[in-house]
Design a protein around this ligand. Structure first.
Ligand SMILES: [Zn+2]
Length: 255
């Protein structure tokens, strides 16, 4: 009798432990949070750490990761704040690629709020020109000059640079690198530069965003209007919104 009772006890413990392990893996609790760096060749993210339990957990739970990016700000008129408020509602952070000539006395406070909220300020050039047509001093001003301006206002130099129109060259990339930045392009497009229909922006964004994507958006009223529903739809598909690490040793090694 004792032996049967013991066997039942072992079987029960085995079943409970299996459920516990499965529940732990599904929630990811107790497993180190994943870190990402920019994968420059593929214009996407890649894992900075390769903890196998995290990968199993993400696979079982259907968890995916994406970076949200907003170009051309600050926009002003409350649009930047509207975007930030929606991001907070979804516990998300984003990279805001600012154009230095868009910063003025009315919207300067946006930079402080981005910093204090934990979003990243990126450099999107001084005047949003086509950089490949510029001579060396003008190119330097567009790239390094904008970093200097952002540093003056926030005390921090940006770590990521996005060329206007996504148009780059080895010469531009060289100036970006010597200014201490990484060039971040994208591999998913909200198409919000092409359409003013929030529903279209929502559909394109959800369709194009895959695991480890970098999604291109712009600071615009229509994008701000589409954002809440877009993030909800992406979350329903298992997405979490993350930022790539800055200044990690692996990041420095990627060129
Ligand atoms: Zn732009």
């Amino acid at each position: 009798m004792l032996w049967y009772a013991y066997r039942r006890y072992v079987a029960l413990c085995g079943i409970l432990l299996t459920f516990l392990l499965y529940a732990l893996l599904l929630t990811g609790r107790g497993i180190a949070a994943p870190h990402f760096v920019l994968d420059q060749g593929n214009e996407s993210l890649k894992h900075a750490n390769t903890q196998v339990w995290r990968k199993i957990s993400d696979f079982l739970a259907g968890r995916k990761y994406a970076v949200l990016t907003f170009d051309d700000g600050p926009y002003g008129y409350g649009v930047d704040e509207e975007i930030m408020t929606t991001l907070r509602k979804h516990h998300a952070h984003a990279v805001f690629f600012l154009v230095c000539s868009h910063i003025n006395s009315a919207n300067r406070g946006v930079l402080a709020r981005l910093e204090s909220d934990g979003d990243l300020i990126g450099n999107h050039s001084y005047d949003h020109l086509r950089l490949d047509r510029l001579a060396a001093p003008a190119l330097e001003h567009q790239i390094s000059g904008c970093s200097n301006r952002i540093a003056e206002l926030t005390g921090m130099r940006p770590y990521y640079f996005r060329p206007p129109f996504g148009s780059t060259s080895p010469r531009i990339a060289g100036v970006v690198r010597s200014s201490g930045m990484k060039q971040m392009l994208w591999n998913a497009n909200s198409e919000d530069g092409r359409t003013t229909e929030p529903e279209q922006i929502l559909n394109d964004s959800v369709e194009q965003t895959a695991d480890h994507s970098i999604l291109l958006m712009h600071e615009k009223p229509t994008t701000a209007a589409a954002l809440d529903a877009m993030l909800t739809r992406l979350e329903q598909r298992g997405f979490q919104f993350v930022l790539p690490d800055q200044l990690s040793s692996e990041n420095v090694a990627i060129n």
